[in-house]
Design a protein around this ligand. Structure first.
Ligand SMILES: [Zn+2]
Ligand SMILES: [Zn+2]
Length: 825
């Protein structure tokens, strides 16, 4: 092989990147999109904080493979790129580096642009934007006002999660096991007035429509659990001393006769009012203050010692008229149901613990239909066949029938009704931080809260040098900006100084890509409807109940406003696994970070991309190995050298899928090529088993080397061109380069190859052929060949025939898949 045939990605890759950039190869016009051919492939947009990392390379390597495959399958592919540039990730990075977020974000965006180009990702750059650009956030503000007009954005005082380190409130979705999703700090509860989106109005649709999308089951399950729909009854307990009714939600109305006390959450707005004037007033006040400083998760721990304080009041149990005492206790959470519960200590562990601690009565009201009741057991383990006891006229009913009968009775008495409860709370969107989209409202002394008119958008984020979080929004210090005039009366007004959470920005960016340069509206529905929903979305599972829930809510709200046909943003979702090193998550403190850029510089982008996909199924976590990178690099070099060598010894021509003599090495190599086409096609179209797809191309290249002496030149040409064509979605520069050398054509303009079913290689096994136990030959046979087939194939082999010639075969031993032995005398 000629010495000048050296695989040099530092020459090949910039050459093709320059051509794609010059010709704007990956731009797609909206006119090309119709329902049949449009394909929208999208990776979750990155936070521009620092340099792109290995996870980004994986994310975009997966997405780019899909985009290329769809294009070559004849679809018009929208594959855009942008940056989630507002919010905590970018701002915290700025605070850490001491550089203004405006500058550090711009720097990071430049690093991403450089990264994406040097990786050869097929992006339509004409649609690029960052969410911190006024031309984008003007429409984020417009969306806020649309939601506000419809009552879907509102302000209220509520107990909210506060991160003391980030000095801002957080949404429930941003609190993971009681800790801040961003910085890991234990969150605190605070009573504050904040902005919310009414996502709970969409709880049922968010739940039901999970059936209409192809998402990984674990993500669907996480959303289902987060929405947390449960069916039961709302039952009204009235407090005669203050003349107020308190509804509670219960999933077990059949146990109502067992309610022996009543508990309110410390955040319940009536707690202090109820205790006022009783002997417990001060104790209640102290208890509430202590409880508010603790996280819901801590408070909800099952094995925690139960604490609480009596309120000095009673409520009436509607089913039996009993007066039961009221308590405040921190095991009841405001965010579940109504913030108050009927306590049934015989049938609930936490109520039982509380009853024991406070010496309250425990009354059993359901029992197993069959068998003895163990009086020593604190409460009945619920089974399917329980009956009601101690429940007045409902005694003897099964608990299922009793549940219905009790609800019906409550309903007829006007003391309760069937009800559905959700775990999902409204989405808290305001943040006491600088680097975000300003909320477009002002507060006027005479008009109160006034939305900024749409024509005055955007409300620009002012340049503030002291942007460090202080517990109130840094914007409050920008007096010139804060003081404004009221759009309604022209009098003095103050701007809202909180900003929107970054998840608001990312809840609609995929719509903007479809119509990114529109200065008249956020998007033109007639264009956006051509692309939406996203056909394939790719990103990390950490967004399962944050971004992925919020975006679904936005899309449903827009559909209701007539702004969109799609009811769901992402028809298919793929969640990629993490790349670890030495079995551990990469982190600077561990010193095990693999940075993409040095790998790309040393081996080329194709090696980095193909290795990341070859390392294992892309939805799984995979451990980085330097040897593995070398192996993939050697494979690409082998493919490229084969291409260069074949090209040197023949004229450029179209690959011929039926080349050769149809037998021997020609047939075997042709079969291997068609087998690889079939394998890669199925792996790309199905479950994204890119690792086995790449392995198939490796096998094809090996086979081409093995058979190149024996096979016809046009068959070797076909096999090599096919390998280039198939590797293109994973290693586009190498694929394009080899293909062009062999054919003169641009591989991305070629249709995806089709396997000839007649040539699809069967599974072949090698079977030893013996005569009297001595090895005489080997045959290749289909793995499912019958005994008769194996015997006749073996008899055909010349060396076998010679040893059998003139002898009487007394016995033939056939071990399918292994051996044929002729016993002769
Ligand atoms: Zn935090
Ligand atoms: Zn006014």
């Amino acid at each position: 092989m000629a010495a000048e045939h050296r695989y040099d990605p530092s020459v090949i890759e910039p050459k093709w990147q320059a051509l794609w950039e010059r010709e704007r190869t990956w731009e797609v016009s909206d006119d090309e999109a119709d329902a049949a051919t449009a394909s929208y492939v999208l990776e979750m947009l990155p936070y521009p904080s620092g340099e792109p990392h290995i996870g980004h390379l994986k994310n975009y390597s997966v997405g780019d493979a899909v985009a290329h495959f769809h294009r070559r399958a004849g679809r018009r592919v929208l594959h855009p790129m942008g940056y989630d540039a507002f919010g905590l990730p970018a701002e915290n990075h700025a605070i850490k580096t001491g550089e203004h977020p405006r500058e550090s974000t711009a720097k990071s965006i430049a690093a991403f642009q450089e990264g994406m180009r040097s990786w050869g990702i097929s992006i339509d750059w004409s649609r690029e934007f960052a969410t911190n650009e006024p031309r984008y956030y003007r429409w984020t503000q417009w969306i806020f006002l649309q939601l506000f007009d419809r009552g879907l954005a509102y302000r209220k005082e509520a107990a909210v999660n506060w991160c003391p380190v980030d000095a801002t409130v957080l949404a429930n979705e941003q609190v993971i096991d009681g800790h801040c999703e961003r910085c890991g700090t234990l969150v605190e509860a605070r009573q504050l007035e904040q902005w919310f989106f009414r996502i709970t109005d969409y709880a049922d649709r968010l739940l039901d429509d999970l059936e209409t999308i192809e998402w990984p089951p674990h993500v669907v399950r996480m959303q289902r659990n987060w929405i947390g729909r449960s069916e039961g009854a709302e039952v009204t307990f009235s407090c005669p001393e203050v003349g107020v009714d308190y509804p509670v939600f219960t999933t077990r109305p059949d146990t109502l006769f067992g309610a022996t006390f009543f508990v309110m959450a410390p955040e319940h707005p009536d707690v202090l009012r109820l205790a006022a004037g009783t002997e417990h007033e001060q104790a209640v006040r102290d208890y509430v203050n202590r409880a508010l400083a603790e996280s819901s998760e801590e408070r909800a721990e099952a094995d925690r010692t139960k604490t609480g304080v009596p309120l000095g009041r009673t409520v009436i149990n509607p089913v039996n008229g009993e007066r039961i005492p009221m308590f405040v206790a921190d095991y009841v959470l405001m965010e579940y149901g109504t913030g108050a519960i009927m306590a049934v200590p015989a049938h609930d562990q936490r109520d039982f613990d509380f009853a024991q601690a406070f010496d309250l009565p425990i009354r059993r009201v359901v029992e197993p239909a069959e068998g003895e009741v163990d009086e020593d057991q604190p409460f009945v383990a619920h089974t399917d066949d329980e009956v009601l006891v101690n429940s007045g006229r409902f005694n003897g009913m099964s608990s299922v029938a009793g549940k219905d009968a009790i609800i019906d009775w409550l309903d007829s008495e006007g003391r309760g009704h069937r009800s559905v409860n959700y775990r999902l709370r409204d989405w808290l969107l305001s943040r006491q931080r600088y680097w975000g989209c300003p909320i477009p409202v002002v507060y006027c002394e005479s008009d109160g809260l006034v939305p900024v008119p749409v024509d005055d958008l955007p409300v620009l984020l002012p340049d503030v040098e002291d942007y460090a979080p202080k517990g109130r929004s840094p914007l409050a210090a920008a007096e010139d900006w804060v003081n404004t005039t009221c759009p309604r009366c022209g009098g003095p007004a103050r701007r809202e100084t909180d900003t929107m959470d970054t998840f608001v920005d990312s809840s609609w960016y995929f719509l903007r890509y479809t119509d990114a340069d529109n200065d008249e509206e956020a998007w033109d529905p007639s264009i956006t409807d051509r692309w939406m929903p996203v056909d394939q979305y790719i990103g990390g599972v950490e967004h399962a109940i944050l971004h992925l829930l919020y975006a679904r809510f936005f899309v449903k709200a827009f559909a209701d406003m007539g702004l969109l046909k799609a009811q769901e943003p992402f028809a298919r979702l793929f969640t990629q696994g993490m790349i670890t090193r030495d079995g551990a998550k990469m982190s600077k403190s561990r010193g095990n970070v693999v940075s993409p850029q040095p790998i790309v510089e040393r081996y080329g982008a194709d090696t980095a991309r193909a290795y990341i996909l070859f390392i294992g199924p892309p939805d799984q976590d995979a451990d980085w190995s330097d040897e593995g990178v070398e192996g993939v690099h050697r494979f690409l070099a082998r493919l490229w050298r084969l291409g260069a060598d074949v090209a040197e010894h023949g004229a450029q021509s179209e690959p011929d899928p039926n080349a050769g003599t149809g037998e021997g090495d020609d047939l075997e190599l042709l079969r291997k090529a068609h087998w690889a086409i079939d394998k890669v096609t199925n792996d790309l179209a199905g479950r994204f088993a890119f690792n086995t797809a790449i392995a198939a191309v490796m096998e094809l290249v090996n086979e081409a080397y093995r058979r190149r002496e024996g096979a016809s030149a046009d068959v070797v040409h076909f096999a090599t061109a096919t390998a280039a064509s198939l590797i293109f979605p994973f290693a586009p520069h190498t694929g394009a380069d080899v293909y062009e050398r062999l054919t003169g054509d641009r591989v991305w303009e070629q249709p995806w190859p089709a396997a000839d079913p007649a040539l699809l290689e069967r599974d072949v096994v090698v079977v030893a052929v013996q005569v009297n136990g001595k090895l005489r030959d080997r045959i290749e046979a289909p793995s499912d060949a019958s005994r008769e087939q194996l015997e006749s194939l073996a008899r055909e082999r010349p060396n076998v025939a010679r040893h059998l010639d003139g002898q009487e075969v007394s016995k033939v031993v056939v071990v399918p898949g292994r051996l044929v032995n002729f016993v002769v005398r």
